[in-house]
Design a protein around this ligand. Structure first.
Ligand code: HMG
Ligand code: MG
Length: 306
């Protein structure tokens, strides 16, 4: 039963745990563990999994071995396996790995752009032009992520107009989907609505997604606010894995189990198996020796006696 006609009836969840989640682990997570995690997630029903990142291993050592991971996974038909790509070098690796989607990542904040990809916003857009063109030529989908869209660890508050500028540039590049990312989890529902209302004047809401980290505990409320303005794609991470290497104190993405529980309660279809994801969340947390960051996942596993 759908409680409100104003909310989308279906939502696509992009599971980002294997990339955004694991990228922040200090101890290297073996490729076999990553491969098994991705296979379990595709079996649980996700239509889109952010599986790897072809970035400089000097910058993010945890993502070294992304080629081995992409080669080792069982490809489920109709599942989109996405990879992050910061430049042409990354794109070549992504194409060799037969990624279904590449993700370029820019920022709404100059300072964060410098810290994360070592260049200005302007330089990053110039760098993305050949990347997107080559991806298109190869028939690979392109998604663009706009970091710090709701606040920056260095610049503080970010004006929605700045976000809109970057979204416009990403739209001009011809990206298929654009993520509004709250990299450090500082956003609140009013700001979320304001940003989505602004950027949906530039790019269709059906191709915008909400990427929320849970640092200040606002991410579920933020998702609800985004649903109310028509957003129907959200990113989340099993067991709330993650953090951001270039944003001190930032916690992981909103936990997938919590999002699934929220959406199921609202009668919104996701085609993802909550119980299976809760078990996967319990397992990966134990395997990498980290507390399970999902409240819903912990509650479900406690009921099972696990
Ligand atoms: P740089 O140091 O300015 O670049 O880094 P460079 O071209 O001088 O390269 C330095 C070295 O890296 C060279 O190696 C290159 O070959 C190598 P050396 O000659 O010294 O041996 N290199 C690469 N190796 C493998 N794959 C590549 C690659 N490119 C260069 N693609 C660069 C610039 C962009 C490469 C670097 O800053 C970088 O890789 N940054 C990635 C940072 C990152 O992955 N951050 C986390 C992901 S973003 C995120 O999590 C946010 C998101 O979740 C949304 C949100 O929440 O906001 C998406
Ligand atoms: Mg993120």
């Amino acid at each position: 039963m759908n409680h409100s006609t104003t909310l989308p009836k279906k939502v696509k969840i992009v599971e980002v745990g294997p990339r955004d989640g694991l990228q922040n682990e200090k101890q290297f997570v073996e490729n076999q563990i990553k491969i098994h995690l991705i296979n379990q997630l595709s079996a649980a029903g996700f239509a889109n999994i952010e599986a790897a990142a072809f970035v400089s291993p000097k910058w993010v050592p945890q993502m070294a071995g992304s080629d081995v991971v992409m080669q080792g996974i069982e490809r489920k038909p109709n599942t989109i396996y996405s990879v992050l790509v910061p430049n042409m070098q990354g794109l070549e690796k992504a194409l060799a790995a037969k990624a279904d989607e590449i993700v370029i990542f820019g920022a709404a904040s100059e300072a964060f752009s410098q810290k994360n990809i070592n260049c200005s916003i302007e330089e990053s857009i110039a760098r993305f032009i050949p990347v997107v063109n080559a991806a298109k030529e190869a028939g690979v989908r392109t998604r663009a992520s706009v970091s710090c869209a709701l606040g920056c660890p260095y610049e503080g508050d970010i004006d929605p107009a700045k976000v809109a500028n970057v979204v416009q540039r990403m739209a001009d590049l011809g990206c298929d989907e654009i993520d509004i990312a709250d990299t450090i989890g500082v956003g609140t529902p009013g700001k979320v609505k304001a940003v989505f209302e602004r950027v949906s004047q530039i790019f269709p809401i059906a191709r915008l997604s909400g990427h929320f980290h849970d640092t200040y505990g606002q991410s579920l409320a933020n998702i609800y606010a985004a649903l109310e303005v028509g957003v129907s794609t959200f990113h989340s991470s099993v067991a709330g894995l993650g953090g951001c290497p270039y944003a001190k104190g930032a916690t992981g993405n909103v936990a997938t189990e919590d999002v699934l529980y929220l959406l199921r309660g609202l009668g919104i279809e996701t085609n993802v198996d909550f119980e299976a994801v809760a078990r996967i969340g319990g397992q990966i947390s134990k395997l990498i020796n980290r507390p399970n960051g999902s409240r819903a996942g912990r509650a479900y596993l406690a009921k099972l006696g696990e």
